[in-house]
Design a protein around this ligand. Structure first.
Ligand code: TXA
Ligand code: MG
Length: 375
């Protein structure tokens, strides 16, 4: 790349306006993540029962919950997040029995997956039953359902006596929140309550698997590795959007979320993919050329490479040999870069295997597919 128009090569990610429409006091409830205090869960559930909005931790990221069967509550949920109405939330349940109330067809393969992977970071898409309001599923004939593996989430659903629709508790377009602080940064004054159960442990969202088609198809890679799903049910497909290395035409989207820009940091972002040696050399070269242009450069590095970079801000995602830690840190670091006045963030890619598939999917989206292949 030539120096002159380096920044003009990048597509700009949209900035989200923080102007709140109606402010309310957000009740902060600090809870024990393993044994949540009954009175705090009851206080939070009281909001859900009245059609209110409560953010809570799951094992993946924080969710923003509302009664999935209450259309007004769901509309308020979309408004609080500034989420487009055509992108339905995932509905959270606390037992497999609950699935049969809201799903119309549950194939045998799905029963096997629920037994094996629930509670856990796997969302299954089914045809929905008649009791589900249109707005909860954005007018689709399917519904996305999961049982989270977090005692606070399970207690809240149980106490609320309803399935809880919960998209990630961030403003639309921002990285998903992995701590209560991230939720407050985006939604303080826009929601009724927040159950603060500390940092989430997986750090990327659940895997979304469409069971309404045969063979089942992964619509979003996430906390449950693709390889584990293949092992459990054999033939599983990856939707082309999942592994896309460039922006695909929106007509090809099967999940509404695929059409929307996600995980976009405020700064422009470049993702460098390839072998570690080639990536390191390329990142150094890019730092040098951006600095010649007087750009403030940030690098999203790894433990093995961090000492090699001389940029304005350098942060490590963790060791390349521990993708679980990289997943845990990813969204927090993207948010931290937002807090710095950086012109461009250069991120290193990791192998797209196991959790790496979800990590790379998020990094590619965050970079708006500004991907550089290092050879
Ligand atoms: O880990 C997670 O899944 C977190 C926590 C809070 O559970 N939730 C989450 O929700 O990430 P959200 O709303 O941010 O992402 C839901 C994804 C979106 O990409 C949406 O388009 C897709 O699931 N989805 C929802 N309903 C669907 C449906 N009926 N068919 C296909 N995709 C659907
Ligand atoms: Mg989300």
């Amino acid at each position: 790349m030539r120096n002159k128009s380096l920044l003009s090569h990048l597509r700009v990610s949209p900035r989200t306006s923080h102007k709140a429409s109606r402010m309310k006091k957000t009740l902060l409830l600090k809870v024990n993540p393993n044994k949540p205090e009954a009175e705090k869960v009851q206080a939070a559930a009281a909001f859900i029962k009245k059609g209110g909005l409560v953010a809570f931790p799951t094992e993946t990221v924080y969710g923003l919950g509302a009664d999935a069967l209450n259309s007004k509550a769901i509309l308020a949920l979309f408004e609080a997040k500034k989420r487009p109405l055509d992108n339905p939330p995932i509905v959270h349940v606390e037992s497999i029995d609950d699935v049969y109330r809201i799903a119309a067809q549950v194939p045998p393969k799905a029963e096997k997956l629920m037994r094996e992977f629930w509670p856990g970071p796997l969302t299954l898409v089914f045809k929905h039953s008649d009791i589900v309001p249109k707005v909860t599923v954005a007018g689709l004939d399917t519904i996305a359902i999961r049982m989270p593996q977090h005692n606070v989430a399970l207690a809240l659903i149980r106490e609320s006596s309803c399935p809880i629709a919960a998209p990630s508790a961030n403003l639309a377009g921002k990285p998903s929140p992995t701590s209560a602080k991230h939720v407050l940064d985006d939604l303080n004054g826009r929601i009724d309550a927040l159950l603060d159960g500390g940092s989430t442990c997986i750090g990327v969202e659940s895997t979304v698997l469409d069971m309404s088609v045969n063979p089942p198809m992964v619509l979003r890679p996430g906390g449950t590795p693709f390889e584990a799903l293949q092992k459990a049910v054999g033939d599983v497909k990856l939707h082309p959007f999942v592994v896309a290395e460039e922006e695909l035409p929106v007509g090809a989207a099967r999940s509404p979320g695929m059409r929307h820009r996600h995980y976009a940091p405020d700064a422009k972002m470049l993702l460098v993919e390839g072998s570690v040696a080639a990536v390191t050399a390329k990142v150094k070269e890019l730092i040098a050329s951006y600095r010649l242009e007087a750009c403030k450069v940030g690098v999203l590095a790894t433990d093995e490479t961090i000492t090699q970079y001389n940029a304005d801000v350098v942060k490590s995602l963790g060791s390349r040999f521990n993708l679980a830690v990289i997943a845990q840190n990813l969204f927090r670091l993207l948010r931290e870069f937002d807090a710095e006045t950086i012109d461009v963030v250069i991120a290193e890619g990791v192998p797209a295997e196991g959790l790496g598939l979800a990590i790379m999917n998020r990094l590619r989206k965050a970079s708006a597919y500004n991907i550089i292949r290092a050879e």
